[in-house]
Ligand binder design. Structure first.
Ligand SMILES: [Mn+2]
Length: 334
């Protein structure tokens, strides 16, 4: 990393016009890392703008600096002009320009200096400086490592620390996943020393549900089924259940994980009828241990993803989707 830090330091030694962007449907790590870097580069006296392809979810609306984010699909002209006028683009928390939609196309129109900072597997080759570290559990953790090497920790204030803590927390399931290590916790300790309010950050993210989300969770849990010999559970939600409970975008996010919280379960799925399209069922898969969700999703449900988290779809009724699921479980060898 040291050589790249040196290069980056050299680029940042003069005042620059900088764009920071991240992936579509930005999550806590995407917005947290973008705003942490934004505050940091502003303190170094650069001209900085954060452009996201589309709007972040409402539960991220409290993050310091989030009112300054320019949302591309709501400000196309202004965003395009800013991108065209900039010298450097930082791309955060993704590694293929396809992942940031039209922002990627705008970036392609000009020969910028592009700096990738990311922790996903298999980066594409589009950046001039590439900080790609799949072993690090969040882009926010990586941002902390980079900015503390560019400048002394005095520049890291409470706002920057809050942004970094947020992304570290959301990308690790509140510090439960395997990628979390002693270094992660020593960074958390540094952030705590900067005066962050970790309980408040947690509450802002996890205890800020809509009523509709909890009602839909109730319907999903009511449908929970267990296939003991396969260490599997599944849940289902019909279009009518979503409508009756005043479904809003985002309400079904994360529901699938509840199926994995039953003891002795390695694999779970949730089937959700598409609210707009007839005969289209969206399916999410989660697993623990060795069950390969991605292979299962690819083989039977036109999908893909990661080993422990994947998605797929089924054309037809939800009953048929569930039947196919049960049969596929019996047929699947891994
Ligand atoms: Mn991330």
């Amino acid at each position: 990393m040291l050589g790249k830090i040196k290069e980056l330091k050299k680029i940042l030694s003069k005042e620059k016009k900088i764009i920071i962007t991240t992936h579509s449907n930005p999550d806590g790590d995407a917005v947290g890392s973008s705003l942490a870097l934004y505050h940091f580069l502003k303190k170094m006296n650069h001209n900085v703008n954060v452009i996201t392809p589309n709007k972040h979810p409402d539960f991220l609306n409290w993050i310091p600096g989030c009112n300054n984010i320019i949302i591309f699909d709501q400000n196309v002209e202004r965003a395009n002009k800013l991108i065209a006028d900039s010298d450097i683009v930082f791309t955060l928390d993704f590694n293929d320009l396809n992942r940031c939609g039209l922002v990627g196309e705008a970036i392609n129109l000009k020969k910028h200096e592009i700096i990738m900072i990311d922790h996903h597997q298999s980066p594409s080759d589009y950046s001039n400086i590439t900080f790609s570290y799949p072993d690090i559990s969040s882009t926010c953790e990586l941002i902390f490592k980079i900015i503390t090497q560019i400048s002394d920790t005095d520049l890291i204030d409470r706002d920057i620390s809050t942004c970094i803590y947020l992304g570290m927390m959301t990308d690790t399931g509140s510090f439960q996943y395997n990628g979390v290590n002693s270094e992660t916790h020593s960074i958390l300790s540094s952030l705590m020393k900067k005066g962050i309010d970790h309980s408040k950050i947690y509450n802002n993210i996890y205890n800020s549900n809509n009523l509709s989300k909890l009602m839909i969770l109730g319907s999903a849990l009511n449908s929970l089924n267990q296939i003991k010999e396969k260490k599997t559970t599944y849940m289902r939600l019909s279009k009518n259940q979503l409508i009756e409970n005043n479904y809003k975008k985002g309400d079904t996010e994360g529901l699938v994980n509840y199926g994995l919280s039953l003891k002795n379960i390695d694999f779970t799925a949730i089937f959700i009828e598409d609210i707009e399209e007839m005969d289209n069922v969206k399916i999410s898969f989660r697993s623990k241990n060795i069950f390969p969700c991605d292979k299962f999703a690819k083989k039977f449900f036109n999908g893909g993803g990661h080993k422990n988290a994947a998605g797929g779809k089924y054309t037809g009724t939800i009953d048929d989707a569930v039947e196919k699921f049960k049969k596929s479980l019996t047929d699947f060898n891994f």
